[in-house]
Design a protein around this ligand. Structure first.
Ligand SMILES: [Zn+2]
Length: 446
């Protein structure tokens, strides 16, 4: 057992229809110890004065003037696009063609994938991200490299083979089997199943069935992906939807029989709990209801949407109909690995009131969307993204005086909202003094 004394931020258990509320212990104690499986989890959290006596024999690490907060959850990020950050383009489709596809092609080589995975995981941790749902490329090597690195660092990571059997450069499409026994579509589905069996549930790793987006898959590939999703119900699904108007028009042309672009995924069995769709911008209320009724969730990617000029996620619409969402960096369309930059961009997106109704997202709600709310969207509520007893002990230690301006500003806060909003607006990786990952003793399967 190990105890940590500092200010502590966490979230009250979620209640349907109630705006998420943070709990802040000015002088708190977080007690961490192994669960039955040997994984470090939160044993107790609360005011130091209430818990100190009970844990008098537990060693205490004291971090004065620091804030312990849940590790961040990134609902959508592309590890092969780390080098694509900040590439100029005329919108989504030219950006894919000119920058993203050529870079992703390099991930056919295991060495290239391995060094990129090492950098990517280190960058997530440096920014306080302790759980991520990530895209790899259409090469199985890229998936194996990322899983191996996440396993070495004990990061909770979900990824999968990018399914793409048409409408992209030939080298980047799924490839047929070597002796020509299976075509590319069949081979991609066989590779997906083999990767599920190899990695899903190993330690904290999870598999996501990953069609890039409907336009780059044939009907046969989407159908096969949907069959795998039914066969492996605790495996995740990830894709993109309704990001950009050109993309929507293209998807409608390719799948005219579906009611909408989103409905295409439902028609192939790809909407259910643990299905995460990036963007979800250009929706009508039927789409929103489909998200709600199937239990799918949106990965809101505000820095990416602002960078590519794709549009603004409609928070009012999402809450009115009642589907789940959380925040995502969407690197490399997104411009930062930092959850603070993403939360600030989400605030801008919420404020925008020309294309939809604008609102001011509450700082506690913004923070929840990148921690406990994102965990809930993944079906991992009570496991990550919070510091309630039983949660895996992934947390960050924040220094609210990390820069001169932060120090000057955070000291003026008269309530929790002011403190959190100062950090959201002024924060970046310098705020994260350390990131602590829940450890397991050797041989643990948790
Ligand atoms: Zn994306």
């Amino acid at each position: 057992m190990q105890a940590y004394r500092a200010s502590i931020l966490y979230f009250a258990p979620h209640q349907e229809g109630v705006v998420p509320r943070a709990v802040y212990e000015q002088d708190g104690l977080l007690v961490v110890g192994p669960n039955a499986a040997g994984r470090q989890v939160v044993q107790a959290v609360g005011p130091y004065r209430d818990l100190a006596g009970q844990y008098a024999s537990t060693p205490v690490q004291h971090w004065p003037d620091r804030i312990i907060a849940p590790g961040f959850v990134d609902l959508h990020v592309h590890y092969p696009q780390t080098n694509v950050i900040g590439s100029p383009a005329e919108g989504l489709l030219p950006w894919l063609e000119n920058y993203t596809f050529p870079e992703e092609n390099r991930f056919a080589a295991l060495e290239y994938s391995a060094q990129a995975a090492t950098f990517f995981v280190a960058e997530l941790l440096r920014n306080g991200v302790t759980t991520a749902l990530a895209f790899a490329t259409s090469h199985p090597t890229s998936v194996n490299a990322l899983f191996a690195e996440a396993q070495a660092q004990q990061l909770r990571l979900i990824t999968g083979l990018c399914l793409m059997d048409r409408h992209a450069p030939t080298d980047l499409l799924n490839q047929p089997s070597a002796p020509g026994r299976f075509d590319a579509t069949e081979q991609s589905l066989r590779d997906t199943e083999a990767l599920i069996q190899r990695w899903h549930g190993q330690g904290r790793l999870g598999y996501a069935i990953t069609p890039r987006f409907a336009p780059t898959s044939t009907d046969a590939q989407l159908r096969g992906a949907g069959e795998l999703a039914a066969q492996y119900p605790d495996v995740w699904i990830q894709s993109h939807v309704a990001e950009n108007k050109d993309e929507i028009a293209w998807a409608r042309q390719l799948f005219p029989q579906s009611r909408s672009y989103l409905a295409t995924y439902d028609d192939f069995g790809l909407m259910r709990k643990r299905a995460i769709y990036a963007h979800c911008i250009h929706f009508d209320d039927n789409d929103r209801a489909l998200m709600r009724d199937t239990g799918a969730a949106a990965a809101v990617s505000p820095t990416s949407n602002l960078f590519l000029g794709s549009g603004f996620f409609d928070y009012m619409g999402a809450d009115r109909v009642g589907f789940q969402y959380g925040l995502a960096s969407d690197v490399g369309g997104g411009t930062s690995f930092s959850p603070f930059h993403t939360m600030l961009a989400a605030y801008y997106v919420g404020r925008e009131g020309q294309t939809k109704q604008g609102l001011s997202l509450n700082p506690q709600h913004l923070w929840w969307q990148h921690t406990a709310g994102a965990a809930r969207a993944l079906g991992l509520e009570g496991i990550v993204g919070n510091l309630l007893p039983g949660c895996e002990a992934d947390f960050v230690v924040l220094n609210p005086k990390a820069t001169p301006l932060l120090a000057r500003k955070t000291v003026l806060a008269t309530n929790l909202d002011e403190l959190l909003f100062s950090m959201i607006v002024l924060g970046d990786d310098r705020l994260i003094e350390r990131t602590v990952i829940s450890q397991a003793t050797a041989g643990t399967r948790a």
